[in-house]
Every structure is written in C-alpha cells, then in structure tokens.
Design a protein around this ligand. Structure first.
Ligand SMILES: Cc1ncc(COP(=O)(O)O)c(C=O)c1O
Length: 289
C-alpha cells in the first residue's frame, strides 16, 4: 500500500478517507487505459511547477478526447488542500482523471469523468546512501517509443505505459534499475519514466522530444543549463553516440537528476556537470534558486 493507508484523498470535489477512495471495476479507464495522470513532488509543503503539471493534465485529457471539469486554478487549490489536510512537507502527488463505468464501448461516449488527487510522504526514488546519489544501471529495452501516429504520444496517458512497465520489469529481473528506450526510428529516446541527457565535451545533449513526453523536469534542466552557461543541444542521435558520452543522467519529477553509471556493457562516471546541475535543481525545487 502506498502511504500508510490513513489520511485523505481528494475525489471529485471532496476529501474522502484513504480507504474509501476506490473506483468501480467496470470503469472505462480500467479496461482501456483512457485516462491521464500527473506525477508531482511537494518540497517543504509546496508543489514544484504545480501550474505546469495541471496545465499538462488538462492538455493531455484534451489530446485523448475529454475535458476535465475543473480549471487549472481549481486543480491547484485541490492539490494544495491535499498536502495541507495530510500535513505533508516532502510528498509525491498523484492527480488522475478517468472515465467511469457507464459504458464499456471502446468509445468513451456516455461515460462520466472523474478526477482524484492523492499524495503520500516521499523523499527519494532511488536509494540515497550516506547522502550520496549512487549512479544507476540501465539496460536497453525491447520496446520502442512509438511514432506520433500510433497514439497521443505527448499525453501523459495511462494507456501508454505498458511498454515502460514491461521494459522496467525485465530490467529489474535482470538486475538493472531501469530500461532505456529507443524510438520508432532507432534514435535514443528516454527511460521508462524519465528523460535522458548526456554530456559530451562540456555540451549537454538531449533527444528531441518529438515522440515522447517533454518532461517538466527536462524543460527545467534546459533552463538551468542555459543559466549556468552550459551549451545545450537537442538532437536526434543513435546509441553509438551515447556510448561516447562523458556523463549520462536522467531527469523526472520522481528521479529528479539521477546519474547513470551503466547502460548495458557501457560504463560512465558521475561527472561534474551532472552534479552541478543536480545541486542547482535541488535548490530550485526547494525555492532557493
Ligand atoms: C514516460 C515519461 N517520460 C518522462 C517523464 C518525466 O516527466 P516530468 O519531468 O514532467 O516528471 C515521465 C514522468 O512523468 C514519464 O512518465
């Protein structure tokens, strides 16, 4: 169970007890993956980039043909209320919008739309040992990020996560931490739930986000790099180029800035640019930069 099973979850406009926040088994989204969600972090009780997350939630719903019946401002207030009600400081926040059980046609016509926001205490995604962030190990996924005409690839839609789930399952079974995915053209894309950067000769390079989620953290890191005077290049590249990288790291709300120590047989040291960017990101999320 996530959290300790107590506290409140905001559901369709009301705070409900954690144990009562359930959804009917015939809900459309449960069968067909027709929902959108967000992953947010609260630091010192304040959700980082909250407005951006809720704009993306609303925009993602539109991309998959539905309207969330709350404004961004209303969703902001609801998320803040969840943090306050549960007395959280460092927390993960999970809004989710879904279709109810009125129809099991593949189409969503006639189904009700719901929104819930849950939160639980959370400090770090991967283990932090002795205050250090150990580099993690990635393996190449068997699955690729699909072409934009395969689905609404820019939406954070739950129906799109199965390839990531399978990639990460296999990686963990084989002793890795996560999987790195190519796209439908064979270019390096991202991880199962995080974007990817490499450093080469002092330049920060990241894949163009044209067939996967353009993460809010990814955008923040690009801004931070610009402010730090680190040149940033967004481009398509193949796996042979990442094999030549000096440093590799992944970014996301959950993983923050996570150094990569291995991709398959290729090893990387955690370098100074990764650490500088990580330190600045940490200051930023805590409202210090
Ligand atoms: C597939 C995928 N890519 C990238 C990201 C990183 O996005 P963000 O930085 O907005 O958390 C996430 C996390 O939500 C994700 O699920």
């Amino acid at each position: 169970m996530l959290g300790d099973g107590t506290g409140k979850i905001w559901m369709d406009g009301q705070m409900v007890d954690w144990v009562d926040a359930s959804v009917h088994v015939l809900s459309h989204t449960f069968h067909y993956g027709s929902g959108v969600f967000e992953g947010e972090r609260a630091y010192r009780g304040k959700i980082f980039k909250m407005k951006e997350h809720h704009k993306r939630l609303k925009a993602g719903a539109k991309m998959i043909d539905f309207e969330i019946p709350y404004t961004v401002e209303e969703i902001n207030k609801a998320a803040e209320a969840v943090i306050k009600e549960n007395g959280f400081s460092e927390a993960y926040v999970r809004p989710i919008a879904w279709h109810g059980p009125e129809s099991l046609s593949v189409a969503t016509k006639g189904t009700s739309v719901h929104l819930a926001i849950a939160a639980w205490k959370w400090t770090s995604y991967f283990d932090v040992k002795d205050g250090q962030v150990p580099a993690i190990r990635l393996m190449w996924s068997d699955y690729v990020r699909p072409a934009p005409n395969v689905g609404p690839v820019m939406a954070k839609a739950n129906g799109q996560y199965i390839s990531g789930t399978l990639g990460k399952n296999k990686a963990m079974r084989e002793g890795y931490d996560d999987a790195i995915m190519l796209d439908y053209r064979g270019y390096v894309a991202e991880c199962t739930g995080a974007n990817l950067f490499m450093v080469k000769g002092g330049v920060l390079i990241t894949p163009i986000a044209d067939c996967f989620l353009n993460g809010i953290t990814r955008q923040t890191i690009i801004e931070i790099a610009h402010e730090m005077g680190i040149p940033v290049v967004e481009k398509h590249f193949y796996p042979d180029e990442i094999a030549q990288a000096d440093e590799v790291f992944i970014t996301g709300t959950a993983v923050e800035v996570q150094p990569i120590g291995e991709i398959g047989a290729q090893k990387y040291a955690t370098g100074p640019i990764t650490m500088k960017i990580r330190q600045t990101y940490t200051k930023c999320v805590n409202g210090e930069a």
